[in-house]
Design a protein around this ligand. Structure first.
Ligand SMILES: [Zn+2]
Length: 330
């Protein structure tokens, strides 16, 4: 009898051994990897019905393993084995819809039950996914749309140069993606052709400062901002930032953000799209528009949301937010 193939990743041989014993008795075929790197390699090389992983391992963090695995194999269910110390990250992972978790120490009954319910849930989701696929490729999916007004991301050294030594960003509101926030701080953008005042800073701080503007605004500043994904700053123009305590001359970093959809692996699974895939999003309404060149970004920490700039929002007649329908281009 084979109830399914399970990979157990835990640097503690006692945990690996007891999982093997208990789960083999339940009829599962069990493979154990005593470390994160080895576990990830094995998970990616093979196809398991379930991957169980510890979070705290010396060679590779369990969340890192889950992230990589979910990018490559979004359909493989994950069960996180966690000690009390890392329970909050396990809960977070569950809320993001990427896995179940079980707390150490556990009894044989508890582990058997956790495994069977994780497999059951995965089976239900696969069925739901199949239903979606069977309805055909013309099927469209609702995507919430948020409008990104022009904004600035700052490196810590620039925060201090603009707002004062030792200053940190002051969050005033959460953004749609977990961990991202709007700040009280604003800067003026000074270009050769003109300036844009009071541009909002978004946090947290980044390694490199970046300015995102809409196409209309590049004419105001007198520069040419290429369409780029966030963080892709090579060969982009610079601009001068003005804060209450000083100026920063950015050598590069001004972009017009490529339109994109953030989604978690579970969404990617349901829409049957991959990270970095390019899709179309149709926005219905009085000024209905179909956006092409929409880049899909998949990450367990993302929440389903499409980001367009103010020009794109105006073109589609969107005021504060909207809903679009995703179309695969295949
Ligand atoms: Zn975005």
């Amino acid at each position: 009898m084979n109830a399914g193939r399970i990979l157990v990743v835990d640097d503690d041989p006692l945990v690996g051994g007891s999982c093997r014993r208990v789960l083999s008795e339940e009829g599962y075929e069990v493979d154990v990897a005593e470390g994160g790197r080895m576990g990830l390699e094995r998970a990616l090389d093979d196809s398991f019905d379930l991957v169980m992983t510890d979070l705290k391992m010396p060679d590779l963090d369990g969340m890192e393993l889950v992230r990589t695995l979910k990018m490559e194999q979004p359909r493989t269910p994950v069960l996180i084995i966690t000690g009390f110390a890392s329970i909050s990250s396990a809960v977070e992972a569950t809320q993001l819809g990427c896995c179940n978790y079980i707390e150490k120490p556990f009894t044989p009954e508890e582990i058997a039950k956790a495994v069977s319910s994780a497999l059951e849930r995965a089976g239900r989701e696969e069925e739901a996914g199949r239903d979606v696929e069977e309805e055909g490729s013309s099927l469209t999916h609702d995507i919430p749309i948020s409008i990104s007004a022009h904004h600035v991301h700052l490196a810590q050294e620039h925060v201090e140069a603009l707002f004062g030594r030792g200053r940190e960003l002051t969050p005033v509101g959460d953004l749609s993606q977990p961990g991202q926030f709007a700040c009280k701080e604003r800067v003026n953008l000074l270009g050769n052709g003109g300036q844009i005042d009071r541009v909002r800073v978004l946090g947290p701080v980044r390694d490199e400062s970046q300015v995102e503007i809409a196409r209309t605004e590049q004419f105001k500043l007198g520069l040419e901002a290429p369409v780029r994904m966030s963080g892709d700053l090579e060969d982009t123009p610079g601009v001068v930032l003005q804060g209450p305590e000083g100026f920063v001359e950015l050598k590069h970093g001004v972009i017009c953000a490529a339109r994109h959809v953030h989604m978690a692996p579970r969404d990617a699974y349901q829409f049957d799209v991959r990270d970095r895939e390019v899709v179309e999003v149709h926005v219905p309404g009085e000024r209905q528009v179909t956006f092409g060149d929409v880049v899909v970004r998949v990450n367990p920490y993302y929440r389903l949301d499409m980001h367009v700039d103010t020009d794109e929002a105006n073109a589609a007649g969107l005021v504060k937010s909207g809903v679009g329908h995703l179309r695969r281009i295949r």
